[in-house]
Design a protein around this ligand. Structure first.
Ligand code: TA6
Length: 296
């Protein structure tokens, strides 16, 4: 468990008082928690909640918020020297004030290195997450800058939990032809997506490389388009019933209410020289929302 002083801890108090709400004039809203700069709610204009948030969160140092959009940096997954999924989701980020335009609201969150992050990962960096909501869209722009004197590499993801009414009637479309690793088995097995739809009859945990875009997450109730810019990879995850039962921060049956579609940069870790930066964007679009609400 991470308990360094500069890393954050999740508490009921911080949850209640420090969440930022973004409200676009057209009625679209998002909520972002400075702990992890984690988007925990997104409602498109005229629509209902589109993100999953666990009803049984863990409030302890070193725990991440289960749901919404955890920011994974500087290490995706378990393999590597850092705790699984790195530390960005366990840190308090600095929020800038919410700005509102004619058809959007936006806020930016910043995280830099500190003593605790340098103990885990000896690099000087600055990351920013800009969250913009408006109409049918939620846009998340993540950037990484090397503010030190030595180069570094990293992997990252926006680990988006999309809410669905029933996992078993949910499909993800658009990945046909993509090469992937199935990470539910050891060693990971390689495959190529042949079916036009990915379904979730049991645990799914796959990293698709150089994945096509956009993807569509289709349920009987609605369709969400997932676009990425400069995140070359996509991770699909649902723990299924067995692994879900072992997650202390997941309510019984909670796994049936989400699918994670993650914009990721994993296979080819970006290498930043001093002064260099990298940026990637994930955009979610609630299809079928009134056309006048499509833009940001
Ligand atoms: O992104 C998929 C994944 O790496 C899965 O292997 C699964 O473990 C998931 O993330 C959630 O990880 P977490 O550390 O949040 O429990």
């Amino acid at each position: 468990m991470i308990s360094n002083e500069n890393l954050g801890s999740l508490s009921h108090e911080s949850d209640a008082t420090h969440c930022l709400t973004l409200t676009s004039p057209d009625g679209a809203t998002a909520q972002v928690h400075p702990y992890g700069a984690q988007v925990t709610s997104w409602k498109p204009a005229g629509g209902a909640e589109r993100l999953f948030l666990s009803a049984a969160p863990e409030f302890r140092p070193g725990a991440a918020i289960r749901g919404g959009v955890p920011v994974i940096f500087p290490q995706f997954g378990g393999p590597g020297p850092l705790p699984k999924h790195g530390f960005a989701r366990l840190c308090h980020w600095d929020p800038a004030p919410v700005e509102t335009g004619p058809d959007f609201a936006t806020a930016q969150f910043t995280l830099g290195d500190g003593e605790a992050t340098r103990q885990l990962w000896p690099h000087a960096f600055r990351t920013e997450l800009r969250v913009t909501v408006g109409g049918a869209r939620l846009e998340l722009m993540f950037s990484v800058m090397n503010t030190g004197n030595e180069p570094f590499t990293f992997t990252a993801a926006l680990h988006t939990y999309l809410q669905v009414a029933d996992l078993l009637t949910t499909t993800v479309e658009g990945l046909a032809g993509a090469r992937y690793h199935d990470t539910t088995v050891r060693p990971w097995s390689e495959g190529v997506q042949t079916e036009p739809h990915v379904r979730f009859p049991a645990e799914v945990d796959r990293i698709y490389y150089a994945a096509p875009h956009p993807l569509r997450v289709r349920t009987p109730e609605h369709v969400t388009q997932v676009k990425s810019d400069d995140f070359p990879d996509v991770v699909l995850w649902n723990p299924g019933p067995v692994k879900s039962a072992n997650l202390p921060d997941m309510e019984a049956g909670g796994y049936r209410r989400f699918v994670c579609v993650e914009a990721a940069v994993v296979e080819q870790p970006p290498r930043l020289k001093p002064g260099d930066s990298w940026q990637g964007t994930q955009t979610l679009i609630a299809e079928g929302i009134n056309a006048e609400h499509q833009g940001i």
